[in-house]
Design a protein around this ligand. Structure first.
Ligand code: GSH
Length: 209
């Protein structure tokens, strides 16, 4: 399988981490999204959204990182990570949707202003956006923290829901989003970041900086 990606993107890192976790081999093609490489005619033909990641498995092309998590887990026959029983599946789907709709947008808002702009030479952070993102983050982090009470993983045991959220959790520190008030998130994030699969994905990202 081939993954078109940007190493700095949490959406790409989560797919790489899961692939390491389940032993699926990925051929990585790095694109410079700041130079518009995700929006070249060739890439737009693969993903009309002009974004990464894009996964190619033979003639099958898939975009949306959380869909990729389900696909990669299924290819590896890991129904423990992507369950099929209706309620277990729905629980995992809930956290995939929540990540896309709430957690990722809040973290991304602040990370873009404070981390990406610096890396890409896009000027100073817009403090109004940072403030709005930080307020959004406080709401979603409280939800995540409460949901992790008494649990090692989001759905009770390790699933793709943890992979969907971990790389956004991992970016909080460098974005200046403090996790100190959220003890359950800290414990869960520490547990996830101890996994070799996650470490390998994040190391590749750091090396690319
Ligand atoms: N919902 C999509 C979001 C993809 C996305 O926003 N990717 C960003 C990198 S994290 C991107 O390609 N940005 C480049 C651009 O918008 O030009 C997913 O989860 O795959």
């Amino acid at each position: 399988m081939k993954l078109y990606q940007s190493p700095l993107s949490p959406n790409c890192q989560k797919v790489v981490a899961l692939a390491h976790e389940v032993g699926v081999s990925l051929t990585i093609v790095n694109l410079d999204v700041f130079k518009g490489q995700a929006k070249s005619p060739e890439m737009l033909a693969k993903n009309p959204n002009g974004r990464v990641p894009v996964l190619e498995d033979g003639a099958f092309v898939l975009w949306e990182s959380n869909a990729m998590l389900g696909y990669v887990a299924s290819k590896a026959d890991r129904t423990d990570l992507a369950p099929t029983a209706p309620r277990e599946r729905a629980d995992v789907d809930r956290w995939l949707a929540w990540s896309n709709a709430h957690f990722a947008p809040a973290v991304r808002k602040v990370a873009f202003e404070r981390v990406v702009k610096k890396l890409a030479g896009l000027g100073a952070p817009d403090e109004a956006v940072v403030k709005a993102g930080t307020e959004e983050f406080a709401v979603v982090a409280a939800v995540l923290d409460r949901s992790l009470e008494g649990k090692d993983h989001l759905c009770g045991r390790l699933t793709i829901a943890d992979f969907a959220n971990v790389t956004y959790g991992a970016v909080c520190d460098s974005a200046g989003l403090a996790l100190t008030p959220y003890r359950n998130i800290q414990r869960w994030l520490g547990r996830m970041m101890d996994r070799e699969s996650v470490q390998r994905a994040l190391l590749a990202a750091r090396e690319a900086r």
